[in-house]
Write a protein of this length. Sequence first.
Length: 73
Amino acid sequence: MEMVQKKVMDLGVAAYMLMHGYTVVAKSGKAVIFEVEKEGAQEFEKKTMDYLNSEFHRFDSCLMSLKKMNEYN
């Protein structure tokens, strides 16, 4: 089984992928690197897009809004 590495630049997406059972193999700067079976690489990409329509993305957006509150007060 051939493996490929996939980089994810967004921490929210990386957490989402980790929750779906993908294995983190490294971190490089802001990128989180996952090891994925070559045959499952397209599914990995699909899941990264699924994140945008998930409740997890909404939760992350709310966290970011709350985090920025101090900047405006």
